[in-house]
Ligand binder design. Structure first.
Ligand code: HEM
Length: 389
């Protein structure tokens, strides 16, 4: 029987979802003094994401003012965005993603086999963080000996991501950014001499009617992959473990029917959206759902709230393993929709398959662990493991 037909699942989800529910019901477009506008309902979030002419992605005043800064496609509007996205997409192809399957399988197998040899452990440090960092490092041609440094830069930069985007980055983040830039500048120069077989090399040689990527643009793309691709994928894996903790029956059902893993991943993306909110700036005086917004105001479309909107989803507070259709907004929408969505889905599917293979179950030591705002993952998630018999 489809889970859609049953209704025994109690609503779950830490406090953040109660707050989103209150916003959707009573304050769908609202803000606290000095903060961005929060947009809570599905249709309004969709509208903001889709209408890029009104809702600009050029959110960082610092980056706009700095003539020397090259921004990433995530923070640019057309026409600059269209050019960058077209150039990058011609190397970040479905074939390039398919090529990662083998390394993802191998990484999951090694990491999960070691992890499952223990009865307790830290899901983040042992599995959920090294997996996506390792995948991206390989795609960027980072050599094995440089991996620890790469992880350190990635962690330092991400810890300070809010300030990097719209504030003043910490000295540690500036230093890590400088070291990473120097590393990739040198590698890009070498790749211009001798191509290799990985994504960064393909990007160096992209040549279309849009032109070629400059060294600055290539460098920013390396940063963007770290920002957009690591913590989000880590959070997806944490979301999967949360569900196995809350609903051990789902773990057993997936073991019996692995063909349900893809819908499990989609529902986890909806239910525990890794990228809780993104940011836009009003390009003119406008309204959202009747609320006047002034040109220049910052706006937070709350993706995680939209994904639980009772106006868009049947029984949204329930995790329905085979929910169909599932038009969640976890990967965004419109011109900035996630470039790495199929890679993230593949990592999620393979990570879950490896958990099912090596474990009989997994529980969180702190089931009340809060969901974080923004798109960061927790630094540590202690778990108890039941290694497969
Ligand atoms: C579960 C994991 C992931 C989630 C939930 C996620 C979510 C998102 C979302 C919501 C956006 C749109 C942001 C906006 O409109 O402001 C986005 C953009 C982006 N993501 Fe992901 N992402 C994930 C994994 C990845 C991975 C693995 C990569 C690449 C390795 C990646 C690369 C990108 C890039 C390059 C963009 C910018 C696209 C553009 O501006 O045109 N993401 N992602």
């Amino acid at each position: 029987m489809s889970e859609e037909a049953k209704s025994e699942n109690p609503p779950t989800g830490p406090e953040i979802y109660a707050e989103y529910e209150e916003l959707r019901a009573h304050r769908p477009v609202s803000r606290n003094e000095g903060e961005p506008w929060r947009v809570a309902r599905y249709e309004d979030v969709r509208h903001v994401l889709k209408t890029h002419a009104d809702f600009s992605s050029e959110v960082s005043e610092r980056m706009q003012q700095d003539e020397n800064s090259t921004t990433t496609m995530l923070f640019t509007d057309p026409p600059a965005h269209d050019r960058l996205r077209a150039l990058v997409s011609s190397a970040f192809t479905p074939r390039q993603i398919d090529l990662q399957e083998e390394q993802i399988e191998a990484r999951c197998e090694t990491l999960m086999r070691d992890f499952a040899a223990n009865e307790t452990g830290d899901l983040i440090t042992a599995f959920a963080a090294p997996l996506p960092v390792g995948v991206i490092a390989t795609m960027l041609g980072v050599e094995d000996g440089d991996f620890v440094e790469f992880k350190r830069w990635s962690d330092t930069i991400f810890t300070d991501i809010g300030e990097i985007l719209i504030g003043t980055p910490s000295p540690a983040a500036v230093a890590a950014g400088g070291e990473m830039s120097a590393y990739f500048q040198e590698r890009i120069a070498r790749l211009r001499e001798t191509p290799q077989e990985h994504l960064l090399s393909d990007l160096v040689y992209v040549d279309t009617e849009e032109g070629r990527l400059t060294d600055g643009e290539l460098l920013m793309f390396c940063f963007l992959l770290l920002i957009a691709g690591n913590e989000t994928t880590t959070s997806l894996i944490v979301g999967c473990a949360r569900m196995f903790d809350e609903r051990p029956d789902i773990f057993d059902r997936l073991r019996a029917s692995p063909d349900l893993i893809p819908t499990f991943i989609e529902e986890t993306l909806r239910f525990h959206s890794p990228f809780k909110a993104t940011l836009r700036r009003a390009a003119r005086d406008l309204e959202i759902a009747g609320q006047p917004i002034a040109k220049g105001d910052l706006i937070l479309p709350l993706i995680a709230s939209a994904n639980r909107d009772e106006r868009a989803f049947h029984r949204p507070a329930e995790f329905i393993l085979d929910r169909k259709p599932n038009p969640h907004l976890a990967f965004g929408l419109g011109i900035h929709s996630c470039l790495g969505a199929s890679l993230a889905r593949m990592e999620g599917r393979i990570a879950v398959a490896s958990m099912l293979r090596h474990l009989d179950g997994i529980s969180l030591c702190d089931p009340q662990m809060p969901e974080l705002d923004g798109f960061g993952a927790p630094a540590s998630v202690k778990v108890e493991l039941r290694p497969a018999a």
